[in-house]
Design a protein around this ligand. Structure first.
Ligand code: EPZ
Length: 420
């Protein structure tokens, strides 16, 4: 139980300018990838969020020298003193991305012993595709007592993923980066953070081609030199801020983002009647009239992102008409809508589909966050609602959003913490 709750007095439009922080899901991949290097690396634009701090702890416990200057958002990582290949369960279960240590340690040392990952309870989330890739690259893999043991000299191979998996793609890239020979990964994820990871690996001297397409080719290299690298802005934070601006009928400019990463969401907001305009590195979101209901089907990138389904479906609870939301990526990602029924939302959920009947008003109520993006969705709901909303278990939000409360307050939101 968190020791504080969030209090939001809703009904205020978000107005003004804000900025996007470095990407959570790219940062955790790039930080893990730095272990592959034979020299120190410096990574810029890292967000000051819980998941990054957990990864700093894990790398430090492995023996790496890590200095994270949160004010400068810069991290220095010297991996040459890494003396262990073991990440115990008590550490690995603190986040999802701890499983990237499997690929990084296998890629560097040919050995890894990592406890099962944690992460948001949004579905079963097996790792069979990760293990399939490791085995194809020459590892012997065993699962025993919530720990994955992998050992073997990485040798280039072909890997065809049975389903598109972001984590599986990243883990295979890490394990293959220094393998002997060439690896071809088929049916891979194409998210912006896959491309960012490939760019970081190549900045160290790796030979990765095709990131962002369905097939990635990696020619293993023996030695990786140090690198200074800047991670891309967070696509999901950008989208969450765009949705919050539209949901409160505000007028917000979001700076430091990459508009081309946002096309699926932008198209949906335009379909709803929201005004969206962009320049090279900024997006402006305005609403001049009511929002039409729309249908959403989550898909792998460049489709509508599953991580934005939750904040978007919160916004749809007040759209004019019925919206249908189909969640194709995770089995259990509608819990936030069940919470929002206490605020007056009208929702029917059947397996992977939520039918949301738009209502004229939501009313503040005590609600509880169940995962990171559910927390963001409940914040959007609180900003939209009449009266005061109390959000319990809000610490989930800090895992993936840097200074969210401060950013929203600077845009005019009435949001603050209260000790329990
Ligand atoms: C990453 O999770 C992100 N997490 C998730 O973001 C994101 O929702 C997801 O990708 C999809 O974009 C991080 O990057 C740390 P997947 P990941 O492997 O890698 C199934 C957030 O809010 N699958 O692409 O775990 C899996 O069960 C988080 O920032 C297998 O069946 O997602 C899921 O149904 C939440 N076998 C689907 O594939 C496997 O071996 C997609 O999962 C791997 C995955």
């Amino acid at each position: 139980m968190d020791n504080y709750k969030l209090l939001i007095t809703g009904g205020l439009p978000l107005i003004g300018e804000t900025y996007v922080s470095g990407g959570k899901n790219t940062s955790v991949a790039v930080i893990a990838a730095s272990l592959l290097c034979d020299e120190p690396c410096t990574i810029e634009n890292l967000p000051d969020i819980e998941d990054v701090h957990v990864l700093v702890d894990i790398l430090t416990n492995l023996g790496a020298q890590v200095e994270f200057d949160t004010a400068a958002r810069r991290m220095y990582i010297d991996p040459h003193k890494v003396a262990s290949c073991v990440v115990p369960y008590r550490q690995s279960q603190r986040m999802r991305a701890s499983y990237y240590l499997l690929g990084a340690l296998l890629g560097r040392f040919g050995q890894a012993e990592v406890g099962y990952p944690g992460g948001c309870a949004i579905g079963n989330r097996p790792v069979d595709q990760h293990l399939k890739a490791f085995r194809a690259l020459g590892a012997e893999v065993e699962e025993k007592g919530a720990v994955i043991y992998a050992k073997g000299k990485m040798t280039g191979a072909g890997v065809f993923f049975d389903r598109i998996t972001v984590g599986g793609t990243i883990n295979a890239m890490l394990a293959a980066a220094r393998a002997e020979g060439t690896t071809v990964l088929y049916n891979v994820a194409r998210e912006p953070h896959i491309v960012d990871l490939a760019n970081f690996l190549n900045s160290m001297g790796c030979k990765v081609k095709g990131a962002g397409t369905g097939t990635i080719r990696i020619q293993g290299v023996r030695y990786l030199h140090g690198s200074t690298y800047t991670v891309i802005p967070d696509q999901i934070e950008t989208g969450t801020l765009m949705i919050a601006a539209a949901a409160t009928r505000g007028d917000v400019v979001i700076r430091g983002c990459i508009p081309t990463h946002m096309e699926a969401l932008t198209a949906k907001l335009l379909e709803m009647g929201v005004q969206v305009s962009d320049t090279d590195d900024a997006i402006r979101v305005r609403t001049l009239r009511g929002h039409r209901a729309v249908n959403i089907k989550t898909q792998e990138y460049p489709g509508f992102p599953t991580d934005l389904q939750q904040p978007m479906s919160a916004m749809l609870t007040k759209a004019s008409g019925d919206s249908i939301v189909i969640e194709t990526i995770f089995e259990s990602r509608f819990k936030h809508l069940i919470e929002m029924q206490r605020m007056g939302a009208r929702v029917r959920i059947l397996d992977d589909t939520a039918i949301i009947e738009g209502v004229p008003e939501l009313y503040g109520a005590p609600i509880t966050a169940t995962d990171l993006r559910a927390g963001a969705a409940l914040v959007v709901a609180g900003l939209m609602a009449k009266g005061v909303t109390e959000i319990y278990e809000p610490a989930y939000i800090e895992r993936g959003y840097e200074h969210m409360e401060e950013k929203l307050r600077a845009l005019g939101a009435d949001i603050h913490r209260e000790a329990l």
